[in-house]
Design a protein. Structure first.
Length: 222
């Protein structure tokens, strides 16, 4: 008895996701998203946790967004509690792309301050996408606890997340500008500059923040 072509294609895609060649894994993920099948979901999410290639991870996420959120979101919510940092990071990234606000309760304070920079950046992005209307100021307060953290890439990610919340962040930023830690103050000033002048770029905003702090003031006109 001949196996139906759809089943053959599904088996081939599932096998391809575990291939040692990244090009084969990429095509398999593309196939899984082009012709969604519930049988793909567990394998796609499992692969997300270990896939070393960025382009393949992005295709895995795309493939998951092509499946029903009612089937993918519950599995992804389990992944955000994984002990593996990449599993948490990729699950959060995928949830931000799906945009189902039922996932909001899973974006905990612990995730928003995760020790792993990749995880925490994904958590910040997901939080801004999923935050319910009216809870932006509270989220800004949690995000502000991370001001001054890490290298420029991490700081830029946090600034972008805060700016994504709009004017709701201003009271929080003003409070951070009076923080005892100069790194927090500098990051808060730079974030405010980016909010008001998004074309300046983060490096310029940081340098301006240093200049403003050297002058002994963190207030700006306008």
């Amino acid at each position: 008895m001949t196996m139906p072509k759809q089943d053959t294609d599904t088996i081939r895609a599932l096998q391809g996701l575990a291939d040692s060649r990244s090009s084969v894994r990429l095509r398999a993920a593309l196939a899984a998203g082009t012709t969604p099948d519930p049988r793909f979901i567990d394998k796609l999410i499992e692969r997300c946790a270990s896939e070393p290639e960025f382009s393949v991870r992005e295709m895995l996420t795309w493939a998951l967004t092509r499946h029903s959120a009612s089937m993918t979101v519950p599995v992804l919510l389990n992944e955000v509690r994984s002990e593996r940092a990449q599993a948490r990071s990729q699950a959060l990234h995928t949830l931000s792309k799906i945009g189902d606000r039922q996932a909001w309760p899973a974006i905990t304070r612990e995730l928003l301050s995760d020790a792993d920079d990749e995880v925490v950046r994904s958590a910040w992005r997901a939080a801004v996408v999923l935050v319910p209307e009216g809870e932006e100021p509270a989220l800004a307060g949690v995000l502000a606890t991370q001001l001054g953290r890490g290298a420029r890439e991490t700081q830029l990610s946090l600034s972008r997340a805060l700016i994504g919340l709009g004017e709701a962040i201003m009271p929080t930023l003003r409070a951070a500008m009076a923080d005892l830690d100069p790194r927090v103050r500098r990051h808060a000033v730079a974030t405010e500059r980016l909010l008001r002048n998004p074309d300046d770029g983060f490096e310029f905003a940081i340098e301006e923040a240093k200049r403003i702090m050297a002058l002994g003031t963190t207030s700006q006109e306008g």
